[in-house]
Design a protein around this ligand. Structure first.
Ligand code: ATP
Ligand SMILES: Nc1ccn([C@H]2C[C@H](O)[C@@H](COP(=O)(O)O)O2)c(=O)n1
Length: 229
């Protein structure tokens, strides 16, 4: 740990429970939280709001550089706003879920996001004593220096079940979206298998509380290993 600041990086495919588990872990540790997927969603929403065609890579990259985005980092209320407009609901619509990969696979956008996310991680850790940051490339690209690096996985069936329960829709209706999005996103980020030094937690047979306990255990193991070094 750097000067008493705890940085936790969590990656994994869609629907594994990264956001809900990360928020709870941040709450229990009394540190901040960063949802990096929400940042890609915000860029997609902002670009569309400005009439930009998401296949126009240069215009979308410019939108990512200039977006007046403010990320809430309180795990109890991680509000996302653009130009002072709260957009939490707008960015989680199925319309945005369907198009967000076009933004997330734009390499110029990823480069801008990496800088912003790394800056935010350091600022949040400075302000609250630590941060739990989650996404697809946090353990590998954005914060490979994190004190604990975790890949959360779950079988496709379990992930679809969790997502469809949450959205109150048929599991089959979510299959195509989840599978297609992960396939596209995994062309630019490694979140299907763990990189060296990253601890894998398979939550397929774990309930929510057990998943939180497993992540807290992995953080404890990683930080003890660093302290004993
Ligand atoms: N271990 C678990 N057991 C049962 N349900 C869980 C578990 N973990 C998370 N859930 C539920 O699964 C749903 C999906 O979780 P969440 O949105 O946190 O996933 P995610 O990995 O962040 O997905 P995405 O990357 O698509 O945003 C939520 O309703 C959450 O409460
Ligand atoms: N670090 C990240 C975070 C997210 N993404 C992509 C993956 C999704 O297509 C999109 C939204 O993420 P979600 O809110 O569903 O977790 O952003 C990424 O490429 N890198």
């Amino acid at each position: 740990m750097t000067e008493g600041r705890l940085i936790v990086a969590i990656d994994g495919p869609s629907g594994t429970g990264k956001s809900s588990v990360s928020k709870e872990v941040a709450r229990r540790l009394g540190v901040g939280y960063l949802d990096t997927g929400a940042m890609y969603r915000a860029v997609a929403w902002w670009a569309q709001h400005q009439g930009i065609d998401l296949t126009d890579q240069v215009a979308v990259a410019h939108a990512a550089e200039t977006i007046p985005l403010v990320m809430g980092t309180n795990p109890d209320d991680p509000r996302v706003s653009v130009d002072d407009i709260p957009i939490d609901q707008q960015i989680r619509t199925s319309e945005i879920s369907e198009v967000v990969s076009a933004v997330a696979t734009n390499l110029a956008v990823r480069s801008t996001m990496k800088k912003r996310q790394r800056q935010l991680i350091n600022q949040i850790a400075e302000a609250t004593g630590g941060v739990v940051a989650e996404g697809r490339d946090i353990t590998t690209v954005v914060a490979p220096f994190a004190d604990a690096r975790i890949l959360m996985t779950a079988s496709e069936e379990v992930r679809m079940g969790r997502r469809s329960k949450e959205l109150a829709v048929d599991a089959e209706a979510t299959r195509a979206q989840i599978v297609e999005r992960d396939a596209k996103d995994s062309t630019v980020a490694q979140f299907l298998t763990a990189a060296d030094g990253v601890i894998t937690i398979d939550t397929s047979d774990l309930d929510f509380e057990e998943s939180v306990a497993a992540v807290l255990g992995a953080i404890e193991a990683s930080t003890s290993a660093i302290a004993g070094h």
